[in-house]
Design a protein around this ligand. Structure first.
Ligand SMILES: CC(=O)N[C@H]1[C@@H](OP(=O)(O)OP(=O)(O)OC[C@H]2O[C@@H](n3ccc(=O)[nH]c3=O)[C@H](O)[C@@H]2O)O[C@H](CO)[C@@H](O)[C@@H]1O
Ligand SMILES: C=C(OP(=O)(O)O)C(=O)O
Length: 419
């Protein structure tokens, strides 16, 4: 199994090009099921998750071709079954439910089950499909959905904000008969990116980025070409890396309007941040100050940056309160950070971090994507050599992580247990 060996304590200095967003690319790829014409997606990051989604689409019968970061989807699906073996590896596989149901009137998708960060039910996805007229049954661990006469536009009010359920409902309603109003939807930039792509394919969606989306259903969607939006979570991760190593990173392609909450707390912590329309420059020449954060749906502080921010607070001056409100079990990085000498107390969804002057190098491992990268950040800021194991989690969400960081001075090497 691969691991990373990181000799930390070096300020990161240089330029990093931000990749396309995993969390935008996954629904955009699923949207390829909704047309019989070609959908070409540019800036698709080359990640374990996007490759798995490409495999899932092939399994459904699409022709999928990748050339660098451009993915072309053609053909028509002829298999409406998303099996457990593919879905269990990536929860975002549930995003084929809306497209298959809307386009073909049937879908059978394995229930994804819980994962390291929480139980993550899919009840809101199912309720949205039912509201649009589908008949849904749960049997043998599968969601079996049918709409033999096609989906019907409807008013769907979400009891809580869900990114994935908003995306599934938006895709299903795009091909439904009549008007849909989706209320209390997620406002994440990835939702806007999906709406833009669907509209380029011929959908009629307005309101994406607000809490109400209105969709006039159309009979079919056509050909389109769309570039995936920049990954705000990758950019945010590197922004934190610059601040905590007292470095100077220019994040090319990062969109500051998608990172307002992080930029505000980094400035409060003492980082010097300059922004342009498509770059963020983060500079620090002293130890950061402690700041409290609460995770929230966009435009709040993203849960996908909570672990990385906590790593920074472990070496900040003072005491920080970190509240995780989105997922019930998203503190798995805590015991590993503690192994590196961090002082963290957890009480339910609250972590209190008392910053130390420095951490100590240690062998660590994590059980999810952002927890893993938080350990990489902690190791980069710690003098001495740390070993971060189970890095297959990192490969789900960070494209060329070692190269990008290595080009900015990080001493980070991927090794195999057999080396
Ligand atoms: C591929 C992708 O885009 N993943 C992101 C997406 O995940 P995902 O779309 O799975 O996250 P949701 O926004 O749906 O989850 C938010 C909360 O709603 C709950 N919930 C969700 C659906 C449902 O049917 N019932 C229910 O109770 C979840 O358990 C969670 O507590 O948004 C999360 C929240 O910003 C991010 O951390 C993930 O990186
Ligand atoms: C939780 C994440 O992803 P997913 O929803 O795909 O598990 C993430 O990107 O941090």
């Amino acid at each position: 199994m691969d691991y990373l060996e990181i000799a930390g304590g070096v300020p990161l200095i240089g330029d990093i090009k931000i990749s396309g967003a995993k969390n935008a690319a996954l629904p955009l790829l699923a949207a390829g099921l909704m047309t019989s014409e070609t959908l070409t997606l540019d800036n698709v990051p080359n990640l374990a998750d996007t490759i798995l989604m490409e495999d899932l689409l092939r399994h459904h019968g699409l022709d999928v071709a990748r050339d660098g970061e451009t993915v072309t989807l053609a053909g028509v699906a002829d298999n409406f079954d998303a099996p457990y073996d593919l879905v269990r590896k990536m929860r975002a596989s549930i995003l084929v439910l809306g497209p298959l149901l809307a386009r073909f009137g049937e879908a059978r998708v394995s229930l994804p089950g819980g994962c390291a960060i929480g139980t993550r039910p899919v009840d809101l996805h199912i309720r949205a499909m039912q509201a649009l007229g589908a008949v849904v049954e749960l049997a043998d661990g599968y969601i079996q959905a049918r709409s033999s006469k096609g989906l019907k536009g409807a008013r769907v009010v979400f009891p809580m904000v869900s990114v994935g359920a908003t995306e599934n409902a938006m895709m299903a309603a795009a091909l439904a008969d009549g008007t849909s109003e989706l209320v209390n939807v997620a406002r994440e930039p990835e939702i806007i990116d999906l709406a833009n792509c669907l509209n380029a394919m011929g959908a009629q969606i307005t309101g994406a980025g607000t809490d109400t989306i209105v969709i006039e259903g159309v009979a079919s969607l056509g050909v389109a070409r769309h570039a995936v939006v920049a990954d705000r979570i990758e950019a945010g991760t590197f922004a934190i890396a610059a601040a905590m190593t007292e470095g100077d990173l220019r994040l090319q392609g990062a969109l500051p309007k998608h990172l307002d909450a992080l930029i505000m707390v980094l400035r409060e912590a003492g980082a010097d941040i300059e922004v342009g329309t498509d770059y963020i420059n983060v500079r620090a020449d002293k130890r950061m100050r402690s700041v409290d954060i609460v995770t929230d749906p966009f435009p709040g502080f993203p849960t996908d940056l909570q672990a990385q921010f906590m790593a920074m607070m472990c070496v900040a001056d003072g005491s920080s309160r970190i509240s995780e409100t989105i997922f019930e079990n998203r503190f798995m990085h805590v015991p590993e950070l503690v192994r590196m000498g961090a002082d963290i107390r957890v009480d339910g969804g609250l972590a209190v971090v008392r910053g130390r002057e420095t951490l100590t190098p240690a062998p660590v491992m994590a059980t999810d994507l952002r927890a893993s990268v938080s350990l990489v950040l902690a190791a980069l800021a710690t003098i001495g050599t740390s070993k971060v194991s189970r890095i297959y989690h990192l490969d789900r969400g960070y494209s060329q992580l070692e190269t990008k960081l290595g080009n900015c001075g990080a001493q980070i090497i991927r090794k195999s247990e057999t080396d």
